[in-house]
Write a new protein. Structure first.
Length: 132
């Protein structure tokens, strides 16, 4: 799959954000939603992740979601980053957030605070509606 094409697809159909994890932290997450199961299966075969089905409204066509978390999300972002346009700010925050993750040791409060600032930035970037 061409990285430039995939970047455009993620720009239009994807969401780069954070999701909570059971131990109280956060992880980078990419969700790509589309009605074409075949396209999402191609991305899934290359990057992994979890596929699920969604029916948002009864009269809408069913859609599929591909969710990539943590390292899998970062691998995808690294591949498409040079070609991202709309989601580049979110990708930058995702990279910075991932760089702050600890390796099992206690995380200093300053790092926890920095992670919260990044989470807040991503939330604002992804907010729907007027005045973003």
């Amino acid at each position: 799959m061409n990285s430039a094409w995939l970047a455009g697809f993620v720009d239009g159909e994807g969401c780069i954000g954070l999701s909570p994890v059971p131990y109280g932290g956060w992880q980078v997450r990419i969700i790509i939603t589309n009605t074409s199961e075949d396209i999402l299966k191609q991305i899934h075969s290359q990057y992994g992740g979890t596929m699920s089905a969604r029916q948002y409204k009864p009269n809408w066509k069913p859609c599929r979601q591909l969710t990539l978390c943590s390292r899998k999300a970062i691998v995808l972002l690294r591949d498409i980053y040079p070609f991202l346009v709309l989601k580049r700010p979110q990708a930058n925050i995702a990279f910075e957030f991932q760089s702050l993750l600890g390796k099992g040791e206690r995380i200093p409060i300053t790092v926890v605070q920095k992670k919260q600032v990044l989470a807040d930035k991503l939330h604002r970037l992804n907010k729907k509606g007027v005045g973003n």
